[in-house]
Design a protein around this ligand. Structure first.
Ligand code: PGA
Length: 254
C-alpha cells in the first residue's frame, strides 16, 4: 500500500503568526485521518510550524533546499539547517524555482542528494510546459526530467522520494488536465521508473498531482485510482478549503 499525501504549498504567503493561527484551526480537524498531511511553509516559519505540529499527523516541509553543504552561499538554507528547525521534507524543482531562479534538473538532482544525506523526504516536482503539451512532448519531458533528477539515487532511497506531477501550465491558472491525462502521466512516470529501477520501485513510489487543485475539483480528481495524493497551492491558503480537500481525499476509495 503506497502512502497517501495531501500537501499544501504556501509559497511566499502568510506571516509566522498567521501560520500558527492556521494550524490552530487545522490540527483538530485532521486528527482522525490516515493520509500524510504536509505543509510546505516559508523557511522562516519551519520552526514555529513544526513545534506546533509536534505529535500530530502533519509533517512540515521546506519549499526549497540548497544544493550545497555549509559555506559561502548568501541567502541559502541547507538540508541540515532545515532539518534542525524541524522540517522532515522539502519540495525540490518546483516550476516557480525552475522558471524564476534558473533551477534545472541537474540542480534538482543535487538538491535531492543533499536532502537524502540529511534524511529529508524530497517531494520532486516535474511536469511539462505548455509548449511540450502543444507539441505532444509531455511524455518526453517527464522522461527527461525524471532521468536527470534521479541520477545517482539508489533504489533503497526511494522511501524518501515523493513525485509531484505538476504540469507547469496548470499551476495557478485554474486549468487542470483531464483525469485521463493525469492517469496517462502517472503511468508514464511509473514506466520510466521501471526502466531506470524496476517494477517494485515504480509501484512503491507515491505520485501526487498538483496544479489548480481546489475544494471543488478534488471530487473529480479522487476518481483517479492511481493517484496517491495532491499538492495544493492557492487553495491551501484557506484553512477551510484545505481541510475540505483533506476530508474529501480521505474518502478516496483506492
Ligand atoms: P496551485 O499551485 O494549486 O495554486 O496551482 C500548485 C503548486 O504550485 O504547487
Amino acid at each position: 500500500m503506497r502512502k497517501k499525501y495531501v500537501i499544501a504549498n504556501f509559497k511566499m504567503n502568510k506571516l509566522d503568526s498567521e501560520i500558527e493561527e492556521y494550524l490552530s484551526t487545522l490540527i483538530p480537524l485532521t486528527v482522525a485521518g490516515t493520509s500524510q498531511i504536509v505543509l510546505a511553509v516559508p523557511s522562516v516559519s519551519i520552526k514555529t510550524a513544526s513545534t506546533k505540529c509536534k505529535d500530530t499527523n502533519i509533517m512540515i516541509s521546506a519549499q526549497n533546499v540548497s544544493e550545497h553543504d555549509f559555506g559561502s552561499y548568501t541567502g541559502e538554507n541547507n538540508a541540515e539547517m532545515i532539518k534542525a528547525v524541524g522540517a522532515s521534507a522539502t519540495l525540490v524543482g518546483h516550476s516557480e524555482r525552475r522558471g524564476g531562479y534558473g533551477e534545472n534538473d541537474d540542480i534538482a538532482n543535487k538538491k535531492i542528494l543533499c536532502a537524502l544525506k540529511s534524511g529529508l523526504v524530497s517531494i520532486l516536482c516535474i511536469g511539462e510546459t505548455i509548449f511540450d503539451r502543444k507539441n505532444n512532448l509531455t511524455e518526453k519531458a517527464i522522461k527527461s526530467q525524471l532521468t536527470s533528477c534521479l541520477k545517482s539515487i539508489y533504489a533503497n532511497e526511494f522511501n524518501h522520494i515523493v513525485i509531484a506531477y505538476e504540469p507547469v501550465w496548470a499551476i495557478g491558472t485554474g486549468v487542470t488536465p483531464t483525469n485521463q491525462e493525469i492517469e496517462q502521466s502517472i503511468k508514464c512516470i511509473r514506466s520510466v521508473l521501471t526502466d531506470i529501477y524496476d517494477e517494485d520501485i515504480a509501484n512503491s513510489v507515491s505520485i501526487v498531482y498538483g496544479g489548480s487543485v481546489t475544494d471543488l475539483n478534488i471530487r473529480e480528481l479522487v476518481k483517479i485510482s492511481s493517484l496517491d495524493g495532491v499538492l495544493v497551492g492557492g487553495a491551501s491558503l484557506s484553512c477551510e478549503k484545505f481541510s475540505k480537500i483533506i476530508s474529501i481525499f480521505e474518502k478516496k476509495k483506492n
